[in-house]
Write a protein that binds this ligand. Structure first.
Ligand code: IPM
Ligand code: MG
Length: 364
């Protein structure tokens, strides 16, 4: 099969980790005979340097013409001025909004050989396999009014947590659909004891649940959820939540896996389900790590696993996705470790060597 993929390497270690994911995609095309047509574009600081904006109309158009987008990371000290007119992160937010990527999937899986690399006790994190579904184009990030002004009493600012029932319903459906393919347990996270938008969220979640009698739905308050996540993370299968809650909970959840360098993500414009594919953007959850850039140090696994999610959700290539995931496990089992997951008995490798090892396993 033929696929067009927009590749946006971005800043910092972004280009290095994306190069390894591309290497693995090439291995997949060799083994299975698919064709991935790659179209490169700029985003973030790289785009600001090139054109003065964090995402140009041309790049957005390019993404819209493709089946999926593979992204590295954006940001860096060079563009960090708080008074700057444009920020690298704006590029990411513009992609999410411009491509209608409302469903952000952030799986957290603890690899058995890495249980000792987390800050939590191994017996707590062993066996963790959860998926956070974060609403990505609504809530506090995009709600209006959103502004800052000078009032008689001093400066004031407002952000708004706004949700329509349609927005809540479609993200809940993503949660239910994905739970169906997993352990059939969905935790809907809100703050219904305080927030009106959360009370609507909870009500809509309960209504949507009627269509999914095979899935057990539980409502959980976000503060309790934050606690539960480190107290007993194996409790969770799929979580579904509002944009800002999801932003915070996924950084917390990422620490269960020891390193952000292991964790992929997908941002989808549709509901994935039995056989259905959706347009999506795929990126590692780690940032641009400017201090590690250009040193062949960064862990490419998160980006390579993001590529596997792309094969699954946007290309419908389930078997191929599984082959990539197995190749990652095989490389880790053989002792390959980048600096962030280095342990006793491991062999320290660089970004390229890790990519080579995984790509080699895919071809085998
Ligand atoms: C994330 C990041 C972004 C967010 C930033 C970079 C805008 O933290 O993807 O979680 O807050 O959504
Ligand atoms: Mg975040």
């Amino acid at each position: 099969m033929k696929f067009s993929i927009a590749v946006l390497p971005g800043d910092g270690v972004g280009p290095e980790v994306v190069a390894e994911a591309v290497k693995v995609l090439e291995a997949v095309s060799q083994r299975f005979g698919h064709e991935f047509r790659l179209h490169y574009g700029a985003v973030g600081g790289a785009a600001i340097d090139e054109s003065g904006v964090a995402l140009s109309d041309d790049t957005l158009r390019l993404c819209k013409r493709c089946h999926a987008v593979l992204l590295g990371a954006v940001g860096g000290p060079k563009w960090d001025d708080p008074l700057a007119r444009v920020r690298p992160e704006d590029g990411l937010l513009a992609l999410r909004k411009g491509l209608r990527l409302f469903a952000n999937l952030r799986p957290v899986k603890v690899f058995p050989m890495l249980v000792d690399s987390t800050t939590l006790k191994p017996e707590i994190v062993r066996g963790v396999d959860l998926l956070v579904v974060r609403e990505l184009t609504g809530g506090l990030y995009f709600g209006r009014p959103k502004k800052r002004w000078q009032a008689a009493t001093g400066r004031r600012a407002v952000d708004s947590m706004v949700y329509s029932e349609k927005e809540i319903e479609r993200i809940l459906r993503v949660g239910f659909e994905l739970a169906m393919g997993r352990r059939r347990k969905l935790v809907s996270v809100d703050k219904a004891n305080v927030l009106e938008s959360s009370r609507l969220w909870r009500q809509v979640a309960t209504e949507v649940a009627v269509d999914y009698p095979g899935v057990e739905l539980e409502h959980m308050l976000v503060d309790a959820c934050a606690m539960r996540l480190i107290q007993r993370p194996t409790y969770f299968d799929v979580l579904v939540t509002e944009n800002t809650f999801g932003d915070i909970l996924t950084d917390e959840a990422s620490m269960l896996a020891g390193s952000m360098g292991m964790l992929p993500s997908a941002s989808l414009a549709g509901v994935p389900g039995a056989g259905a594919t959706a347009f999506g953007l795929y990126e590692p959850i780690h940032g641009s790590a400017p201090r590690r850039a250009g040193q062949n140090m960064a862990n490419p696994v998160a980006t390579i696993l993001s590529g596997a999610m792309m094969l699954r959700y946007s290309c419908g290539l389930e078997e191929e996705a599984g082959v990539v995931e197995d190749a990652v496990i095989a490389a880790l089992e053989s002792g390959c470790r980048t600096y962030d997951i280095m342990d006793e008995g491991g062999t320290m490798v660089g970004t390229r060597e890790m990519g080579d090892r995984i790509a080699g396993r895919v071809k085998a």
